[in-house]
Write a protein that binds this ligand. Structure first.
Ligand SMILES: [Zn+2]
Length: 322
């Protein structure tokens, strides 16, 4: 057999279910992860904000054990809450909603999807561009909210190592870049993060010369600003889009579940790397979004992940748009 890079990568991830799952903090359920439902590319969801167009594209979806939703809560409490909301109590489906912002001559992509090596049911972003009649070569900026696999493993096409967005410059929080690109990453981080780290370094490293490391409140183009929302990862950022007196916040993974993130903001998803900081960020975002009637786009919220927040009892509630 010919040993190609793809074979090696495939082999390297052949224990993928447990390896990837361990990094997400779930119990090893083997094949359950890989049998997540296949999904097809579908047409984009479009909204306008003044002269700015926002286009939500799907990269497919993930299915993870429900235990990943809240590592600090007893199973019985978690299951009762999920069941009351009509959710499956064993597995949770998670969308992959990727936002493209057309502002003047700029076409700004927020995150690149999972590529072909993370989940069988992910990696559809390139197809979604085609279905929507969009050209990947027209993307001028790629903003990375953080460097988890489902957000950056789509930077390069592993088959031929080509960049998927060859004409784009990349922006990422300086803190996020420094965390994942640490030359001593494998020494400084626990083993369950190693596959994530290697994947981040492979993808980010491929475009390193095109990357700008930025601080909080960085203006990508007029009306598109990266804001610090740390906790899910050390340097996680979200993207605020403003035009015509309205605002949309592209969340990344600051809020990931349509009931738990809003109604139980203190429950800690196992993928939050700095849990206490993630809780503080979540609460601040929810308060701001409810007060300012912000429109949100959530990467993992049910397709297309567009909605608003209302105060409810001592917490909040997600109100999907339309
Ligand atoms: Zn994610």
């Amino acid at each position: 057999m010919t040993i190609s890079r793809r074979t090696i990568l495939g082999g390297g991830l052949a224990a993928p279910a447990t390896l990837r799952l361990a990094a997400l903090g779930g119990a090893a359920t083997g094949g359950a992860l890989l049998s997540s439902p296949a999904r097809a590319a579908q047409d984009a969801h479009r909204l306008t904000l003044g002269a700015t167009e926002l286009i939500v594209l799907t990269d497919g979806g993930l299915s993870l054990p429900a235990s990943t939703l809240a590592g600090n809560v007893e199973e019985a409490e978690r299951s009762a809450f999920l069941a009351a909301g009509g959710f499956d109590t064993a597995m949770r489906d998670s969308a992959l909603n990727i936002t493209l912002i057309r502002s003047g001559d700029a076409l700004v992509l927020v995150d690149t999807g999972a590529g072909m090596n993370f989940f069988e049911s992910a990696g559809l972003l390139a197809d979604s561009f085609d279905v929507a009649g969009l050209d990947r070569e027209a993307v001028t900026h790629v903003v990375l909210t953080h460097a988890h696999p489902d957000h950056v493993w789509g930077i390069i096409d592993d088959f031929d190592e080509a960049e998927r967005f060859p004409n784009a410059g990349y922006l990422i929080g300086a803190r996020e870049w420094d965390f994942w690109m640490d030359p001593d990453f494998l020494v400084n981080n626990p083993e369950e993060l190693h596959s994530f780290g290697l994947g981040a370094q492979r993808n980010l490293g491929a475009v390193a010369e095109k990357v700008t490391r930025v601080g909080a409140d960085h203006s990508v183009v007029p009306g598109v600003t990266m804001i610090a929302t740390p906790g899910h990862t050390p340097g996680h950022m979200s993207v605020l889009v403003e035009d015509g007196g309205e605002q949309v916040l592209v969340l990344g993974d600051a809020l990931t579940h349509p009931t738990i993130s809003f109604e139980r903001p203190d429950w800690q998803p196992t993928s939050d790397q700095v849990p206490e900081q993630a809780i503080a960020t979540r609460r601040a975002l929810l308060d701001r979004a409810a007060t300012d009637r912000l429109m949100l786009i959530g990467y993992h919220l049910p397709w297309p992940g567009v909605g608003r927040v209302e105060a409810k009892d001592a917490a909040w509630r997600y109100v999907p748009a339309g």
